[in-house]
Design a protein around this ligand. Structure first.
Ligand code: CTP
Length: 400
């Protein structure tokens, strides 16, 4: 079950052209099990109809503070109290100014004033308005009061100008909701997560690599961030986009990954090596494309540095966690790797199964701890497995 499941979220929709994107926000939040109550401002209703938002949210859309029916059925105080999160997307310069100044002259601004729930604001407006002294100052003041902002994107705006002001992508806004609502079990911890394959060149067009997609490592990094950790993701080439709100270091080879992990991890509390690092690289990378010749081709390989083993030699107080992709004798191989590399735990999965592992969205793993304890995480999405891994690591390794 995801972070948003069962949460009461009040979504404030104000008068900007991006108001139509609120539909998708409602849909995403509901898909993850949240109960969404939309408050639509009068100017918001110039851009999108209450009927649309009501149909999508499956709750009455609240507009008027003085509407006797909505007051008796929902009530601004009850909405303010019920909310686990108040999200304003899109937020105009006007609503930001009202919140900063303590003006409560409509339903949305009144609920913001009356709530003790966290408030996330996703601004969207013309670039000049966004960069105006008043809006900049209002945002700074609200930040210092604990309001969270999802910065707008840069790009061509509906008014024709190019610059910051376009509402942040829906996925980023929803990710901020997850971050704000997740338990903070990793608060104060710095973690480094590696992901994806590495790619070792043979010549300018050919390379050695493997089937790792990066999905498991990216999920581990995202979930750690939601749990409050300061996360650095070091990833080999993957088709996945950088996770939101996270330092992501893109590398190509095992050697580059080694350097990046060494650079990022001296003060880390935990290093989780989920990357499928190449064990071998071409002994010599040919500067020009190798021509095919009759009778085959022998490629000389040299071993790469074992990054985890290096970290394990100089472990310090860091928690070190490996991943073992196995096709047989899982327990025995995984535990042998854990001992050899001086790890605290190793997460093992059976990559011979086609329903889990590599490109799949799902996984099923066993976590072996150095004290002999074994935890099984049954079949789940990779995000679900990531939650289970961090809960297990937190309970066993960080609570000491
Ligand atoms: N690993 C690493 N550096 C390498 C190879 C692997 O840090 N050069 C890490 C992986 O990120 C993983 C763990 O070591 O967390 C286990 O990797 P795996 O490839 O399964 O094990 P190996 O030790 O390489 O053994 P083998 O390939 O023989 O199974």
């Amino acid at each position: 079950m995801g972070v948003l499941s069962g949460k009461e979220i009040v979504l404030g929709v104000t008068g900007g052209i991006a108001a139509y994107k609120a539909c998708e926000i409602v849909r995403e939040l509901r898909t993850e099990g949240a109960n969404v109550h939309v408050i639509l401002t009068a100017s918001g209703a110039q851009f999108i109809t209450p009927l649309t938002l009501q149909t999508l949210s499956k709750n009455p859309v609240v507009m008027d503070l003085w509407n006797l029916i909505s007051e008796s059925e929902i009530g601004h105080i009850s909405l303010a109290q019920r909310a686990h999160l108040l999200l304003i997307a899109p937020a105009t310069g006007n609503i930001i100014g009202k919140i900063r100044s303590g003006i409560a002259d409509d339903m949305l601004s009144t609920v913001v004033m009356a709530t003790t729930a966290p408030v996330v604001i996703a601004p969207s407006m013309n670039t000049q308005m966004y960069e105006s002294a008043a809006v900049r100052e209002n945002i700074d003041v609200l930040r210092s009061r604990g309001f969270r902002f999802v910065e707008p994107d840069e790009g061509e705006l509906a008014c024709g100008t190019v610059g910051p002001g376009r509402l942040a992508p829906v996925g980023k806004i929803v990710e901020m909701a997850r971050i704000v609502l997740a338990e903070k079990i990793l608060q104060g911890k710095k973690v480094v997560v590696s992901a994806g394959p590495t790619v070792e060149s043979i010549d300018p067009v050919r390379f050695l690599s493997n089937r790792a997609s990066g999905k498991m490592g990216f999920s581990l990094a995202r979930v750690a961030l939601r749990f409050g950790a300061d996360v650095t993701l070091v990833t080999g080439p993957t088709a996945l986009e950088n996770p939101h709100f996270m330092k992501t270091v893109r590398v190509r080879t095992a050697e580059e990954m080694h350097k990046a992990v060494e650079r990022e991890s001296p003060d880390a509390d935990a290093v989780v090596m989920c990357a499928a690092v190449a064990d071998f690289r071409a002994a010599k990378v040919a500067p020009a494309k190798i021509k095919k010749n009759e009778g085959g081709w022998k490629l000389d390989l040299s071993p790469t540095v074992d990054i985890l083993e290096e970290l394990g030699r100089n472990k310090g107080r860091r928690v070190l966690v490996g991943f073992a992709a196995e096709t047989g004798d899982i327990a025995q191989n995984a535990v042998a790797k854990m001992r050899k590399k001086n790890l605290d735990a190793i997460v093992a999965n059976d990559v011979s199964r086609t329903d889990i592992g590599f490109e799949s969205d799902d996984n099923e793993v066993r976590i072996f701890f150095s004290d002999g304890e074994v935890r099984e995480l049954p079949l789940a999405t990779k995000e679900g497995i990531a939650v289970g891994v961090w809960l297990a690591l937190h309970g066993k390794l960080f609570a000491r």
